[in-house]
Every structure is written in C-alpha cells, then in structure tokens.
Design a protein around this ligand. Structure first.
Ligand code: ZN
Length: 485
C-alpha cells in the first residue's frame, strides 16, 4: 500500500572552515598531570565498548528526549527525529528539522509537476552525547532523502554542538584549532588506518573537507566522514573518534582537563525476565488491543501509569534504536504484562529496502527488545503500515507475523486529545486493534479518558497476542493481522 521514494537534497553546510597547516605535533598539554593519567586509565579500560571507528549508531541518547516530525502525505513519507531538552538549543534543532522536512516536501512537489507519480521518503535519526561533566553535548542528525528518480539516496548530515555554560552553539572552529588542520588530519588518519587498514590507500587524499562534520562525543570529538565524499562510497559513512587526551591543545572548546575527565558512566543492569502477568481474561466478554507505535518516549510512562491504575495492558511497537536508551520503560511495560514488538530499527519504509536490509531492521530490533525484556517477539509492525508481497514472503521465511490495525486514530495528524478520544470511542469494537503513537502529549492525554472509558464500557484491554490467543487465532509467519476477527 505504500510508496516509492523521491528526491532530493536537503543540503546542509555547516560553518565555514579555515584551512591551514602548521606542523607542531599535537601534544597533550598536561601529559604528566595526575588528571590526564586518570583520564587515560578510565578510557583505556572501556575501549572495548567504544570502537574508535564505527558506522551509524542511532542508539545513543545522552542529551534530550527524542521528538519527531513524521507524516505520510501520500507523496512523501517523513520521519525526522531530533532531541529536545527544554534548553537553549531546542529551537535551532527543531527549526532545522522542520526546514529539512519542508525542503523535502518542496522538492517532491516540484518533481510531481512533471511526474505525478513521484514519491519520496526522508528518514533522519540522531545520536546525542554528553561530556563527562555535562558541560557540553553533541548531536548528530543523520539520514537519507530518497525518491523515485534517484539511483542513490542523498545523505543528510547535520551536527549541533552545545556549550551549556555559555548557552551557545559551537561552530567547528570553536571546537578544534583549524589553524593546525594537518595535525588534526594526522590523528584522524592514524585512527582510521588502525581500524580500517583497507582505507590506507586513500589517506593521502585527506583534506580539510574531511573535517566538515564534527560532534562533541563522550570520549572525544567525533568526525563524521560522509559516504562517497571522503572515502569511496563502499566504505559507507564512518564516524571516527579523536580522543580528547590525544587531541591535547588542538582542542579549543575546553582547555581544562577536568572537564573531560570523568566519563559518563552508563550502567546497564541485567535484563529482567519477561513474565506476563497472566491477568484473568474472560473470552466471553469484549476485548480490544490498544497499540502504540514509534516509542518508547517520555510520554510512554504516562500511558503505563494509566494502564496500571485502571487495570489494562497494551502493545508497544518500538523503534529498535530507541530501546537501549529507554530500557527501564520497556522493562516496566513488559513487567506489567504489556507486549513489546518491533517497529523496525529506524522507521524506514521496509517495502523500499533490500531483503538483507529488512532482515537487519527486524533482527537488530528484536535483539534490542530481547536484551531489554528477555524475550524476542514473533510479530512486528512495519513502519507506515507498509507491506507488499516481498515483505510478506521474507517475513514468512524469518518466522514473523505482520501486525496491522483495524482502527487508525490519526493521532499524529490531529495532535489533539479530544480528536483522539473521539476516534477511539467512535470506532471501538470487540476484537479491534487500535493504532496510536506514544510520542505525543496529546495521545497520552487522550488515554487518560480513553482507558477508563473503554473499561467502563466493558472492554478488556489486552495485548495483541492475548487477543489472538482468546480469539482462537494462531500466529502464522508472513500473515498480516488487522484485528482479532
Ligand atoms: Zn511508525
């Protein structure tokens, strides 16, 4: 039922770069101080967890909570995720996301004037990092815009670097000493060669353009090498971390070693074992399944509170790359007897991906869920509800059922609690599967009325798997499920 991609380029050029040389070696200014020794020791002990060179991640959220611009206009599928933190950088980040989406729309509209069937998809995710003392944060927005007429998607990369003390966004030239580009590049090349020896033959080409996308990271400055711009496209897009202690006085943003001393410690408790609380369900009475897509988000706990308070369960269709950062919420949902199923790793339209890419989308997401709650689901909901015969065949091979819905509240469109409430109450029926998104305050607000009202009307609020179980439906791989009927 969905679409193809469309065009174009939201191109983003970040601050101007100064070029130059100068060949002093990058010396750690406080090499022998106890602080640097401490820092180095702390970093070394955790190297294994932080590869110096990596590809795109999207599971690191240390700054802000994820907010989303999403929609399906028919011609453009949009999914742009960005952090908001009630802070000074919110509007700059939001405006960028909105403008990028608007640029994509404009491009599609222009193409449709000559090709009415043109369609596009823009998909942008982010990672965000905090320095140990919380003084700085780095945000990497990265994704693709693709459309019917393009053979390769256009890459979109934008970084935001925040200096909390001065309440300002840093330019690249505030972060590294661009008067010593050759020293920065020497360090970059060293890291890249060590991790990817096959890149060695391209190292002579390293130039200041390679330093176009910088982000403040936890362990060092992250340099994002854009696919096909720095190394040949076959290397993909790479991220190289230049460790703070090796940058030494090439680092301008903060010359005090204490600021980069302590690493942000992220504890990762053992996964809880998922035990569905086998609440009594009366199969002779009406039941329905509330489902929530695109989370977990900061609104998910409110919905869990309501379910707990009134006695009900729901199914959460989670984005794989968000799970790790919200493990506690996901576990809590599972502990309450809610069901957690995947909604892809990064919300791409699966009907546009290769079999290999789809497999990664589904298995990576299931791994994240399993690591959080102890079990991996046998069911998933494709983004935009988009599926085709190829996806069904592949799901069959992989042993997954495809979850659709019978009632669409359109909560993403209206963003109005009363409208969501009305949409649910007007269309609720026995064995329905109702689509919502737990990423809007308005949806959480609507649930404060919806959940008690449905229960008052005699509905049992069950998970999708419970619905199937009590309606005598056995899950078949590759089949699409719209309801319990
Ligand atoms: Zn979705």
């Amino acid at each position: 039922m969905k679409k193809q991609l469309t065009l174009l380029i939201a191109y983003i050029l970040a601050g101007a770069l100064l070029v130059s040389c100068g060949s002093q070696t990058a010396s750690a200014s406080a090499q022998n101080s106890p602080l640097i020794s401490y820092l180095t020791a702390a970093l070394d002990s955790s190297k294994a967890a932080n590869a110096p060179v990596s590809s795109i991640d999207y599971s690191v959220i240390q700054y802000g909570h994820p907010d989303l611009i999403s929609g399906n206009s028919g011609a453009l599928l949009a999914y742009i995720r960005y952090p908001q933190a009630d802070g000074f950088a919110d509007s700059a980040i939001f405006n960028w996301a909105q403008q990028t989406c608007q640029n994509a729309r404009t491009t599609i509209d222009a193409i449709r004037e000559s090709n009415a069937a043109a369609e596009g998809e823009i998909n942008i995710q982010f990672d965000s990092y905090l320095t140990a003392n919380g003084s700085f944060a780095g945000v990497i927005e990265q994704g693709e815009f693709t459309h019917t007429g393009l053979s390769h998607p256009e890459d979109i990369i934008q970084t935001f670097n925040l200096d909390f003390q001065h309440q300002r966004l840093l330019d690249n030239t505030d972060i590294l000493d661009y008067l010593r580009t050759s020293d920065i590049l020497a360090l970059l090349v060293k890291k890249l060669r060590a991790a990817q020896p096959e890149s060695a033959e391209y190292m002579m080409e390293a130039n200041v353009k390679w330093l176009h996308h910088l982000a403040v990271g936890t362990d060092g400055i992250i340099v994002i090498l854009e696919r096909g711009v720095c190394l040949p496209a076959s290397f993909g897009s790479l991220r190289v971390t230049l460790p703070y202690e090796e940058l030494g006085d090439l680092l301008l943003m903060d010359r005090e070693p204490s600021l980069i001393l302590e690493r942000l410690l992220v504890s990762s408790p053992e996964p809880a074992t998922q035990v569905s609380s086998a609440a009594a369900i009366d199969p002779s009475k009406p039941m329905l399944a509330l489902t929530f897509d695109d989370g977990p988000s900061k609104y998910t706990p409110q919905i869990l509170d309501l379910l707990e308070q009134h006695g009900g369960r729901a199914t959460f269709c989670v984005i794989g790359n968000l799970v790790d950062a919200s493990k506690e919420t996901v576990r809590r949902a599972a502990d309450m007897g809610c069901e957690i199923v995947g909604h892809s790793w990064d919300h791409r339209n699966l009907t546009m991906l290769s079999a290999e890419e789809i497999q990664l989308e589904l298995t990576d997401t299931n791994k994240a869920i399993e690591s959080a709650v102890g079990t991996a689901p046998k069911l998933y909901r494709p983004p935009y509800g988009a599926f085709n015969d190829e996806l069904k065949d592949l799901s069959h091979e992989m042993g997954f059922g495809i979850l659709s819905w019978s009632v669409d509240t359109q909560d993403w469109k209206t963003e109005n609690a009363d409208a969501v409430y009305t949409a649910v109450m007007k269309n609720a029926s026995d064995r329905a599967i109702i689509l919502n998104h737990d990423i809007y305050q308005t949806t959480a607000d609507a649930m404060a009325k919806v959940i008690p009202e449905l229960i008052a009307q005699g509905y049992q609020l069950v998970t999708v798997s419970e619905l199937f179980q009590y309606c005598g439906i056995s899950l078949e791989a590759g089949a699409v499920y719209h309801s319990g009927k």
